[in-house]
Design a protein around this ligand. Structure first.
Ligand code: PMP
Length: 396
């Protein structure tokens, strides 16, 4: 049996049309198939490889930690230096209100932890979130997700979850004294890179303060330098009560976190004790990789280059078939008239060696979210291939 057959027969499938690219090795912005064909990864494995694939410093940090220890004990009991070093490095990137880090394994888990924390701290029953938001696929995260198609056949979901439109000031009065938290993506990702105005975020913060509601910002996709600030909320001059992160955090290893003040976080440790627990959360090898990732982003000054690189993409991707480019830094959506036009362009670009895709809730836009280490030459090369794919598809 070929690997492709085993993939189809024995690995659970999530669609009838998986990409089925087989990769043998990856490095930097490139992935290589068994025949040595190179693909430019223009989506960073969906927002993960911000520092590129197998960054040498991430690989070295993992190897070093593998030689010390792997799993020792469930989260929160032993003092493990990969975790303490990571938590203090994260704290240094964050305002004083966000200094207590709870390490988990993934984005959905970070969201679950954040939602539980908000309920526990406030004692309130309701969670608000935004239409077309994506927060993950587990029950709690799906309940706060804002797309009906992905939820309808998985009911009953969690009670007490309500949805309001994103970037709509008139909906903010639905935040009230029953609302434990509102969870918002600082930049909506799966909706196809949708931005809120500064005024919206300011008013959102204000309304949360007035009602004693916790503001949870989901930066699982937008954090770790992706938007041109280390954290996306820095663009809007506000601070959340709880921040959730994952994806780019691990430099290619699985890890996530929800982060708040110590006063809020401490509510998980009493009445009952062990209010939120995880076996593998903050795995030492992942934590070491994450610390290396923070160091790389800072030492290589990656954040400072994001806006310029995004502008280069925007000027290179100049074609009448492209109707709009929405972006916050290198989190970009390149919109076409329809999925029927976009899909063959994506397929052809993959054949030509550039991997992109579309968004869960926005199928007429191409996702462009390359590793932040991408060079100007590589941007030009990738854009040239995308334009070639567009021209070939439209003339056929
Ligand atoms: N929130 C956002 C904004 C995301 O983009 C994602 C993943 N696409 C998640 C949460 C869920 O993360 P994970 O897939 O690691 O559970």
């Amino acid at each position: 049996m070929t690997n492709r057959q085993v993939f189809l027969d024995h690995l659970a499938q999530t669609t009838d049309f998986p990409l089925m690219i087989e990769i043998e090795r990856a490095e930097g912005i490139y992935m290589y198939d068994p025949k040595g064909k190179a693909y430019i990864d223009l989506i960073s494995g969906i927002g993960v490889s911000n520092v590129g694939h197998r960054h040498p410093k991430v690989v070295a940090a993992c190897k070093e930690q593998l030689d010390q220890y792997m799993h020792l004990m469930v989260y929160g009991e032993y003092v493990q230096s990969p975790q303490t070093k990571l938590a203090s490095a994260l704290a240094q990137t964050l305002p004083k209100e966000l200094q207590s880090v709870y390490l988990v394994n993934s984005g959905s888990e970070a969201v679950e932890g954040a939602l539980k924390l908000a309920k526990r701290f406030t004692g309130r029953p309701h969670i608000l979130s935004c239409k077309d938001a994506y927060h993950g696929s587990s029950h709690g995260a799906l309940s706060s997700g804002g797309n009906e198609i992905f939820k309808q056949n998985y009911r009953p979901l969690l009670p007490g979850h309500f949805h309001i439109p994103f970037d709509d000031l008139s909906a903010l009065d639905q935040i009230n004294d029953q609302t434990a938290a509102i969870i918002v993506e600082t930049v909506q990702g799966e909706a196809g890179v949708r931005l809120g105005s500064s005024d919206y975020f300011q008013q959102l913060r204000k309304r949360c303060d007035e009602t004693g509601t916790l503001l949870i910002l989901d930066e699982i996709q937008a954090g770790f330098g992706r938007t041109g600030k280390f954290w996306a909320f820095e663009h809007y001059g506000i601070t959340p009560d709880i921040l959730v992160t994952a994806k780019g955090m691990g430099g290619g290893m699985p890890i996530g976190a929800f982060i708040s003040s110590k006063a809020i976080m401490d509510s998980l440790k009493e009445n009952p004790i062990l209010g939120h627990i995880t076996t593998f959360g903050g795995h030492p090898v992942s934590a070491a990789a994450s610390l290396a990732t923070i160091n790389i982003i800072q030492e290589e000054n990656l954040v400072a280059e994001v806006e310029r690189k995004a502008n280069l993409f925007k000027s290179e991707l100049n074609h009448p078939a492209i109707i709009e480019i929405r972006n916050k830094g290198l989190m970009m959506a390149v919109a076409f008239e329809s999925f029927d036009i976009l899909k063959p362009i994506i397929d052809r670009a993959i054949e030509l060696g550039v991997v992109t895709d579309w968004f869960l809730f926005c199928d007429n836009a191409m996702r462009v979210a390359p590793p932040l280490i991408i060079t100007d030459e590589e941007i030009k090369k990738a854009c040239k291939i995308i334009l070639q794919a567009i021209n070939e598809v439209l003339t056929n």
